[in-house]
Design a binder for this molecule. Sequence first.
Ligand code: AMP
Length: 418
Amino acid sequence: MTFKELHLISNIQEALKEEGYENPTPIQEQAIPEVLAGQDLVACAQTGTGKTAAFAIPIINLIHKIVGSKSKVKRIRTLVVTPTRELAIQIAESFDTYGKYTNIKTLVIFGGVNQVPQVDQLKKGIDVLVATPGRLLDLYKQGFIDLNHMHHLVLDEADQMLDMGFINDVKKIIKLTPENRQTLLFSATMPVAIRELADTFLTRPKYVSVAPISSTAELVSQKVYMVDKSDKRKLLYHLIRNDGLKNLLVFTRTKHGADNVVKALKKQGVEAAAIHGDKSQSARQRVLEGFKNQEVSVLVATDIAARGIDIENLPYVINFDLPNIPETYVHRIGRTGRAGNAGLAISFCGKDEKTYWQDIEKLIRMKIKVVADHPFPWKDEVVNPDAKPDLRNKKKTDQKNSNSRKSDNSKKNKKRWY
Ligand code: AMP
């Protein structure tokens, strides 16, 4: 597909040409027509996929059609909420770049700096406001921000906003905006809280997603161990000791889980450290350095914290907890087998995670080798797929899994995002 086929205004096409963009990226290909058609959108895409342009380009196109090229009274037409000042600045720059041949004016506001220049700009009038949640609410309360004429709301990096504790602020902000707005929610992962946010505040959204590494890297071998949740730590230690695994990146679903794994490994004398959102930037940096120098043998991370970590030649990735979003599996294991080096991705699948595993295999269109011969198989369950199934237990577990899925999906919008 080319940008021409998206029927964008020539002002944008010109700017894209200057940027050297020839073809839309997969997320842009999916998102741009939906946004242009006025649809609410939930997009699962990480930084690096071209996601900023996926919302900035069609929004510029839509605003330009409203405000035209003549200077009219400026009003906030689009609000983009994003978790960090760095992201806010980047997004505003993208609006400026793709909108350079339009009359659209963008302002970025964030906390920790003097508000006066921001307020001055607001008073002069802007079309697009890019903001971090705290400063936005602050200036709104002071009466400097009028959101009554807003058409588009973008929640960017929604999962990171959740992780940074902004979720209530985000809900407050949404409630300040007109109900007939078009809402776009971008998130690298889709934890339940984000899906609930989408179900509550978006109207019949379209769901799009991209996995930046679309096929699981060819150099990555993959294995899965069926292991009870309560035995996962023992199995991890067993693999480290018996198979001599070193330089492991271990993924857990929660920060608390990451800390627990570290504690258990340390008890056994394994040098392990956790990296997650509760740690300061400098603490994360120290841990990362230690891992790179191989002083720390096992790095335990949550998905959010692992984002942006670039470690070359990572030999092993362990999915201690399976991600509930199958694309996340692809992102995780894409961290090994890079630059021509072989990698091994090992997954631990608890009984309660069976449906997650099925979704992962469906996404990657592969059956992964099940390691049947290990000391901690599922209790009361037949793990060897060639063996005769124990139907009584299977039925029970399936029922349980389907119930837990049901409760996940029982929200207003029944459609699953992926
Ligand atoms: P993002 O995922 O929004 O952080 O974008 C990642 C990078 O991709 C940015 O440096 C963009 O300038 C660049 N980019 C976005 N869309 C395209 C495209 N269609 N062609 C080439 N580069 C792009």
